[in-house]
Write a protein that binds this ligand. Structure first.
Ligand code: GLU
Length: 420
């Protein structure tokens, strides 16, 4: 039987722990989330019927600061997935050197089957149920798959009603009108672009001669594609849940983005009025295209032992969390394919979440140029640190990023000492 997402993350932690001769006590601490909460979320549907959904909030490690991480709405969301994602958040915050630990939340539901009113009820009830463990100084949620600024506004409202006054800094990724940060919506995609361009530079490759396929056309995939086009790259293929589009000469990304943004909840690529020479492909075909860079920006476990041998890209940039399984990773590394790991590649989102949190605390908001400049500085520094470790240790970029992150968490744990 194939390993679960959390088991895959643990395998990478175990391998890194051995590699760095990590103290066995700290290793044990990193293998187990600090706190796991499962909640029942009853809501009255528009029909008057009561439906009960299941939600989770997992806090993996708070040695370096308050826990931080998104909330996802997806039919396949389960506790194992949320534990894996919370663990990756602790490591991601450590790589970026933002003063947070890691958390993640999720609700098992199909958002496209819920009306806006039902989604708002679900969100507010979920927020109320996880209220005992979240807070601006303890655990700060943010958007993830199928959640966005509007969702964060609803959470902020629910918590504020309980507290009796408006608590803006309970979540990040909020609407601008409610204390959000300029540049937050684009931040994860911008980070994917910055990391991709940086690796191309290290490998002496010209973005203008780089062909790219992007799996997933949500917030991360669509913005990564748009910004990579601005850098001169050609996006040859994209996909969403309904399938993909391919054009050997490059797709018209601005036009497709405009179509998708026109009705964000329901616009599917299969319904897009495509150009005559745009071909329809499957998600699997997209992964195996003969292109230079592959950006999996959808869900976990997309590249695994059964398809890793068929990947033709020279570079993989993990826009999604956990898109490559441990076995898939081993096959790709043996084949010398460069992978910018999730905990580095998609860290732009949490970095600007940190900026939003800081701006909120200071009640002083920055211009978009300042946000983007600070984001670039942090990401380039992390990239360089990871690159340097990978050269010194002759390690893959994933192994190097895990070494960096686990080293920082271990140091923080040692400095604090074990309570009591
Ligand atoms: N959900 C995003 C991630 O996986 C952002 C988390 C945040 O901003 O707290 O990194």
């Amino acid at each position: 039987m194939s390993k679960s997402f959390f088991e895959n993350v643990l395998e990478q932690i175990d391998a890194t722990a051995e590699n760095m001769s990590l103290d066995s006590g700290i290793h044990k601490m990193l293998r187990q989330p600090e706190r796991e909460l499962t909640v029942a979320i009853p809501i009255e549907k528009d029909t008057g019927e009561i439906e009960v959904y299941t939600g989770y909030r997992v806090q993996h490690n708070s040695a370096r600061g308050p826990c931080k991480g998104g909330i996802r709405y997806h039919p396949d969301t389960n506790l194992d997935e949320v534990k894996a994602l919370a663990t990756l958040m602790s490591l991601k915050c450590a790589v970026a050197n933002v003063p947070f630990g890691g958390a993640k939340g999720g609700v098992t539901c199909t958002p496209s089957k819920l009306s806006k009113k039902e989604l708002q009820k679900l969100t507010k009830r979920y927020a109320a149920m996880i209220l005992p463990i979240i807070g601006p100084r303890s655990d700060i949620p943010a958007p993830d798959v199928n959640t966005n600024a509007e969702t964060m506004g609803w959470i902020m409202d629910a918590i504020s009603m309980y507290k009796g006054s408006t608590v803006l800094d309970i979540v990040t990724g909020k609407p601008l009108e409610l204390g959000g940060s300029l540049g937050r919506r684009e931040a994860t995609g911008r980070g994917v672009m910055i990391n991709t361009v940086e690796l191309l530079k290290k490998l002496n490759k010209n973005p203008k001669e780089t062909s790219i396929a992007v799996q997933g056309f949500g917030n991360v995939g669509s913005i990564s594609a748009e910004l990579l086009v601005e850098q001169g790259c050609t996006i040859n293929a994209i996909s969403d849940v309904s399938g993909g589009l391919y054009n050997p000469d490059g797709l018209d990304i601005p036009k497709i983005t405009k179509y998708v943004n026109s009705k964000p909840q329901i616009s599917l690529l299969k319904d897009y009025n495509r150009k005559k020479d745009d071909e329809i492909i499957s998600n699997q075909d997209l992964l195996e295209l003969d292109i230079d860079v592959l950006v999996p920006a959808a869900l976990e476990n997309q590249i695994h032992s059964d398809n890793a041998d068929n990947i033709k890209a020279e570079i993989i940039v993990e826009g999604a969390n956990g898109p490559v399984t441990k076995k898939g990773d081993e096959i790709l590394s043996e084949r010398r394919i460069y992978i910018i790991p999730d905990i580095l590649a998609n860290s732009g989102g949490v970095v600007v979440s940190y900026f939003e949190w800081v701006q909120g605390i200071q009640s002083f908001f920055w211009g978009v140029d300042e946000v983007n400049k600070n984001l670039k500085n942090i990401l380039l520094k992390s990239f360089d640190e990871v690159w340097k470790i990978s050269k010194e240790e002759k390690a893959t970029l994933r192994d190097a990023a895990f070494l960096l992150a686990m080293g920082k968490i271990a140091k923080a744990t040692e400095l604090r000492g074990i309570f009591p």
